[in-house]
Design a protein around this ligand. Structure first.
Ligand code: NAD
Ligand code: LMR
Length: 339
């Protein structure tokens, strides 16, 4: 007998990321090939016709796992009884804009959706925030969803940065993606993030080695590599005149897949979660850490005991400072908005 359907909410469902995302969810790439789903698709009323188009296409895919598709433009209705929520809906960054420029506009959405989560969602709901500035939006969402929803159930996506870092290392070391594991993205999903490969492992020629040995170019690892990963989002916007979508959707699927099924043995992934004070990051800051996830409890743990040298500490401090500034600005914007 197949399990009861999971109710999965996707916001911004008429947008470009979701055009890739909803098919991957509905076809079983996230929750497995035996897990039926009810997909709730939220967008704003102005996008209602486009949303109907996405629904028609999903129906036409004739996917056996998709038991229901429910298009909605009412936020309260959207959040009712959801098991998982992909919060993608927000204004995207355009060429020349910094994530900070989006803050005031987007933070209000996440205040309102935090409240809607508290009001309607299951207390076990797991949430990924993709809409930028993702860490700060998740912080605000968690603040307004508590105490009904534990802040531990709310996360922001840095898996795209994690995947970008993995791909860069694989290419430079001349191996395939599966040969690289345990890169880390620390901090904010922004230009201050710290992609760290000090603890990464690379399988080269049949034996596991560390990334520094596998790549053999410390200057590249401490310079160009970091900057390529930090700036990749902006470079893609400059090339496409649109922000990344296919790779963002894939990363969101990876993030929730691993939260649902747990991380493999001796493997961690990067996820922005509310800090528990690890590595000197003040409690509650939505900071990207290396985490492992227990399949049975679906609970994440920050990987402990990794050495942080002076170079790394400087990078951690910079991204923390940016997150604290964003948080303060977001709290001010929330106070000023009467939503
Ligand atoms: P898009 O403009 O194509 O789609 C966004 C959709 O969200 C639109 O359909 C819009 O109507 C909808 N929306 C706006 N406000 C909403 C609300 N209150 N409720 C529900 N829906 C709402 O944008 P996109 O390219 O799909 O990007 C979405 C977001 O994801 C942007 O903020 C972008 O910057 C961000 N992003 C994050 C990452 C990451 O790694 N964290 C990567 C890429 C993009
Ligand atoms: C990305 O990293 O591709 C996105 O977050 C787009 C952006 O705004 O940088």
């Amino acid at each position: 007998m197949s399990p009861a359907p999971l109710r999965v909410l996707v916001t911004g469902a008429a947008g470009q990321i979701c055009y890739s995302l909803v098919y991957q969810i509905a076809s079983g790439s996230v929750f497995g090939k035996d897990q039926p789903l009810e997909l709730v698709l939220l967008d704003i009323p102005m996008m209602s016709a486009a949303l109907d188009g996405v629904v028609m296409e999903l129906v036409d895919c004739a996917l056996p796992l998709l038991h229901k598709v429910i298009p909605v433009t009412d936020e309260k209705e959207a959040f009712k009884n959801v098991d998982y929520a992909f919060l993608v809906g927000a204004m995207p960054r355009r060429e020349g804009m910094e994530r900070k420029d989006l803050l005031a506009a987007n933070v209000k959405i996440f205040k309102s959706q935090g409240r809607a989560l508290a009001e309607g969602a299951k207390s076990t709901t797991k949430v990924i925030v993709v809409g930028n500035p993702a860490n700060t939006n998740a912080y605000i969402c968690a603040k307004y969803a508590a105490p009904k929803i534990s802040p531990r159930n709310i996360s922001a996506m840095t898996r795209l940065d994690h995947n970008r870092a993995t791909a860069q290392i694989a290419a430079k070391a001349g191996v395939t993606i599966d040969d690289v594991k345990n890169v880390i993205i620390w901090g904010n999903h922004s230009g201050t993030q710290f992609p760290d490969v000090k603890h990464a492992k690379v399988n080269k020629g049949g034996s596991a080695t560390d990334a520094y040995a596998a790549v053999g170019d410390e200057a590249w690892l401490k310079g160009e590599f970091i900057s390529v990963v930090q700036k990749r989002g902006a470079v893609i916007i400059a090339a496409r005149k649109l922000s990344s979508a296919m790779s963002a959707a894939k990363a969101a699927c990876d993030h929730i897949h691993d939260w649902h099924f747990g991380t493999p043995k001796d493997t961690w992934v990067s996820m922005a979660v509310p800090s528990d004070g690890s590595y000197g990051i003040p409690e509650g800051i939505m900071f990207s850490f290396p985490v492992t996830i227990d399949a049975a409890t679906k609970d994440w743990k920050i990987v402990q005991g990794l050495s942080i040298d002076e170079f790394a500490q400087g990078k951690l401090n910079a991204t923390l400072q940016e997150l604290q500034e964003e948080r303060d600005e977001a709290l001010r914007a929330c106070e000023e908005s009467n939503i």
